[in-house]
Design a binder for this molecule. Structure first.
Ligand SMILES: [Zn+2]
Length: 246
């Protein structure tokens, strides 16, 4: 039996109860590796590891690496929580959605990528400062980009013309009137088109609320979620909290 001891700084994504006192932990290391751990006895009141294993906590983990199945947790040291200062339900729901987006990556992308870790921790750190729908939309754009599905938000996806009229999922972003073949695209307002460009082109940490209208923000999130859903085949169970989806 392998008993290699590993030390990892990681974000706790999920804690699932198991038996009476145990839990299964899903964490994401700074190197962008998803780690599944068996945590024994952490539901007991005396557990010194419990505080470092709450979802959305950044912790120092020590575990025994198993070649098969779950690794076995030795200790978890709490460093910081990304949600300790949230007192608003919408922000909490947003945090859950951000984690859901990241957790889903395991199903369609297998390689470890530190940029995944960077994106989720930066997104969580913005919760008190930037509009919820803007953060969610941006994280979706980032995971699509990491998956080789960068959306086209500079010019027409087909001819490169700067004058764009539509957003098309067939073309992966902006398309102009001349290049449109089928007419089954939805027509969006200029504000929504601008917002789509803004979310795609602005760095995550540079996002600002500006004067965006709530309806435009929701519309933009809906468009980007539709790309995400179409391209990755993934759904987000909590997204209904913000937008209507089938
Ligand atoms: Zn064109």
């Amino acid at each position: 039996m392998s008993k290699l001891e590993v030390l990892a700084s990681a974000l706790i994504l999920r804690q699932t109860d198991y038996k009476d006192n145990d839990a299964i932990i899903l964490a994401l290391s700074e190197q962008g590796e998803f780690i599944s751990l068996y945590a024994r006895g952490i539901k007991k009141s005396m557990s010194k590891n419990a505080g470092g294993l709450q979802a959305m906590t950044f912790s120092q983990l020590t575990y025994f690496e198993k070649t098969k199945g779950l690794h076995l947790l030795k200790s978890a040291k709490y460093i910081n929580s990304y949600v300790k200062d949230l007192n608003d339900y919408d922000q909490m729901m947003t945090a859950f959605i951000l984690v859901e987006i990241i957790t889903n990556i395991q199903r369609y992308q297998v390689e470890n990528n530190p940029e995944i870790y960077q994106a989720i921790t930066q997104a969580l750190s913005l919760l008190n400062q930037v509009d919820n729908t803007l953060i969610i939309a941006k994280l979706l754009v980032i995971v699509l980009e990491l998956n080789g599905q960068k959306l086209i938000a500079d010019a027409c996806a087909k001819c490169g013309d700067q004058k764009v009229n539509y957003i098309s999922s067939d073309y992966g972003g902006f398309v102009c009137y001349e290049c449109l073949v089928s007419n089954d695209v939805e027509v969006y307002s200029l504000e929504v088109m601008k917002l789509f460009r803004y979310v795609n082109k602005t760095d995550l940490l540079k996002l600002k609320n500006n004067d965006f209208k709530d309806n435009d923000l929701l519309e933009c999130l809906k468009i980007i979620y539709s790309f995400y859903n179409t391209y990755t085949g993934e759904y987000l169970s909590n997204i209904k909290h913000f937008i209507d989806v089938e």
